[in-house]
Write a protein that binds this ligand. Structure first.
Ligand code: IPM
Ligand code: MG
Length: 354
């Protein structure tokens, strides 16, 4: 019996479509072996379309996207479009409209991959960041007053709701339980300064944990200390849960210690609706068409997507193929892999067929 999955694809800008194509190649190669079929539905959204038509995310496209359980995204960001327009109009809008309230970012160093952390290896770097994805500073609350004058005032507020915080924490507790590694969930915040927002987070964390997840060890770290420990002793972490802004920042640090943007992937999750998987590096527009970008991050995003769809065995085969490919590349960095983008996709596709 074949299981068919309709999947929306947004290649997006710059090198986004190139890397997404390699992920699709690998998933199609897997499909036969696991009795799966993927129906790819392509959506032409991104900077080029905006420059041509002025449209960023037309209502009709959004309605269609809502019907899929998953979206596979390349990258968003165009050099001719002012920063913020596409990010807010497309990427963040999708995250909000589709209520993808979790941004899930595994930080895992594969064997043979170089990390800038001296003396740390795959046994030391293996944790997951659960980033709240629908609230905080990202909501755009605030405003400006007397713009351009010497008295200009700019206010940008962080919105934290008990509902939003609680569902994020519950997801993180469940994940910690499911992972079964150290059974420790670290809340990353700034309770010594952001005494309103992180007080809410901290109280909810302990209430929910004590009541429903008594076997999970509750740990707390300020965001600055979290950054220090991610470099000094990353083996300390199991699952980290944090707000939108801190999650954005610490996951770039996480991407670097796991070998760089060439491998880092993430999922924007709505467990009850439409989720979206993406490599976390940008659109790298200067490399467009040069086949220099490492598609492994996009392929790893595909692996997370399969796992989310409940195809754990296929996802595990994909991960194994990624690990074997890492062992073949000279470096994970753009232009230094020893192979071009398509050849890296071919290597992974070859391994998944074995
Ligand atoms: C990310 C990115 C986005 C974010 C940008 C492009 C808006 O940095 O996915 O981490 O800040 O969330
Ligand atoms: Mg980011």
């Amino acid at each position: 019996m074949t299981t068919t999955y309709p999947i929306a694809v947004i290649g997006g800008d710059g090198t986004g479509p190139e890397v997404a194509a390699e992920g699709i190649k690998v998933m199609d190669a897997l499909a036969d072996r696991f009795g799966l079929k993927f129906d790819w539905h392509y959506y032409d959204l991104g900077g080029e379309r905006y420059l041509k038509t002025g449209e960023i995310l037309p209502a009709a496209a959004l309605e269609e996207l809502k019907k899929f359980s998953v979206i596979y995204l390349g990258a968003i960001g165009h050099p001719d479009v002012k920063p913020g327009i596409l990010e807010k109009g497309l990427l963040l809008r999708l995250r909000f409209e589709l209520e993808q309230y979790i941004n899930l970012r595994p930080v895992k160093l594969y064997p043979g991959v170089a990390t800038p952390l001296k003396d740390k290896g795959p046994d030391d770097i293996d944790f997951v960041v659960v980033r709240e994805n629908n609230e905080g500073l990202y909501l755009g609350a605030g405003g400006v007053f007397k713009k351009g004058s010497a008295q200009e005032v700019a206010v940008q507020e962080s919105i934290n709701t008990r509902f939003g915080v609680e569902r994020c924490l519950r997801y993180a507790f469940e994940l910690t339980r499911k992972r079964g590694k150290k059974n420790m969930l670290t809340l990353c915040g700034k309770t010594n300064v952001l005494t309103f927002a992180f007080d809410l987070w901290e109280r909810a964390f302990h209430e929910i944990g004590a009541k429903d997840y008594p076997e999970i060890k509750r740990d707390y770290a300020h965001v600055d200390a979290t950054c220090m420990w991610m470099v000094k002793n990353p083996e300390y972490f199991d699952v980290i849960v944090t707000d939108n802004m801190f999650g954005d920042i610490i996951t770039d640090l996480g991407a670097m210690i796991q070998g760089g943007m060439g491998i880092a992937a993430g999922g924007n999750i709505n467990p009850e609706g439409t989720s979206m998987f993406e490599p976390i590096g940008g659109s790298a527009p200067k490399y467009t068409g040069q086949k220099k970008i490492n598609p492994l991050a996009a392929i790893a995003a595909g692996q997370m997507m399969l796992d989310f769809l409940g195809q754990e065995t296929a996802a595990a085969a994909m991960e194994e193929a990624i690990v074997r490919t890492c062992g073949k590349l000279e470096s994970l960095s753009a232009g230094k892999m020893g192979y071009n983008t398509e050849e890296v996709g071919d290597l992974v596709a070859g391994f998944v067929r074995e």
